[in-house]
Write a protein that binds this ligand. Structure first.
Ligand SMILES: [Zn+2]
Length: 114
């Protein structure tokens, strides 16, 4: 099951539980939380985890294209491209990127949850 990260909408109205953010394991079909289970103050889901930067990876034409797709929010396009390129070049960073983009596209690739 995917893990979602939540942060308080207003850090001034938060408790120890949600102040610095917390993670919840939920099914994709479950509705997201809107309030902190402890203090009942509004929280919001963190949609985009910071991108993993791997030093020394070459920037190719494909990288630029993936970035373009990502900018436009075409996650499945970006994922497919990254996936293909990762296969071709055996680049780990692209494999991770493909997974992240598939996630953003809403794919459930959690093989152990079927
Ligand atoms: Zn709280």
């Amino acid at each position: 099951m995917p893990t979602y990260e939540y942060r308080p909408v207003d850090p001034n109205r938060s408790c120890d539980h949600c102040r610095s953010g917390f993670e919840v394991v939920q099914r994709m079909t479950e509705p997201g939380l809107t309030v902190c289970p402890q203090c009942k103050n509004p929280i919001s889901r963190v949609l985009f985890a910071p991108t993993v930067v791997i030093k020394g990876s070459p920037v190719t034409e494909t990288d630029r294209k993936i970035k373009e797709y990502e900018k436009e929010g075409k996650w499945s396009h970006a994922a497919e491209l990254a996936d293909k390129e990762a296969e071709k070049t055996k680049r780990e960073d692209l494999k991770i990127r493909a997974l992240e983009n598939y996630k953003k596209a809403g794919y459930n690739f959690d093989k152990y949850d079927t």
